[in-house]
Design a protein around this ligand. Sequence first.
Ligand code: MYR
Length: 186
Amino acid sequence: MPPLTPPKSGDALFASVDRVNAELFTLTYGAMVRQLLTDLEEVEEVNKQLDQMGYNIGTRLVDEFLAKSNVSRCVDFKETADVIAKLGFKMFLGVTANVTNWDAEGTSCSFVLEDNPLVDFVELPDTCQGLQYCNVLSGVIRGALEMVSMKTEVTWVRDMLRGDDAYEMRVKLIKQVPEEYPYKDD
Ligand code: MYR
């Protein structure tokens, strides 16, 4: 019998396992949103809950991201935004985002997603028009950034589930807390 070689990332088997995992995640998320709609009844409450869940995930995800990506401290918010768009989204969602619409101060920008695996198989019924289905993602960004000392507000300004032409998440830096070191050099 030939030796059993474990599949490597990039092999066809790995690609199909990744696809099945992504689909399973998408379907599980959809089932969870549906359950929240049943339990909480108010769409606004569901929106808040999804954002909070994302925030909690983001506060933990950032460690995994930093460990796996080997990214070191970014010099400014612009660099951080690029790192999230190109590496963060790719690592956890399998797609990249475009960073656009910077304001003059360099403290607000948009992440535009043309492809969003979270919404595969999703169609919102008329009764759910106010639902911010992807709030988990904006919550993740807010939570992750808070762990690297950046307090932000993250909102959705375009959503294909509501008929827009892309997914656009606006990220506004509210406050950057300087790192404090536990001891002083003399
Ligand atoms: C720094 O310390 O300056 C680097 C900051 C990098 C923050 C990266 C946060 C990763 C967030 C993952 C986003 C996942 C989206 C689905």
